[in-house]
Design a protein around this ligand. Sequence first.
Ligand SMILES: [Zn+2]
Length: 86
Amino acid sequence: MDELMLDGNAVAGLLQEVFSAEFTTAVGVCGSCGAREPMGAAHAFRGAGVVLRCAHCHNTLMTIVTDEARVWIGIQGMRTLEVAVP
Ligand SMILES: [Zn+2]
């Protein structure tokens, strides 16, 4: 086993910090056109869930679907998401 590899439980604290951060000021880089913008500048479309699209090229940056107990987040359309942690 690789000595640098841990299971996901080892980064639970880091993930908790990331997911409690303020996301309107988080900065995303579009995976299609490379635009770098605060997530609050993205265009949000509501339907069965929420789709956040790049304001420049309309690429899907993020999808968010919820039910009563869970949230599914897809961030397949971003190169990076920069989040300031408290
Ligand atoms: Zn874009």
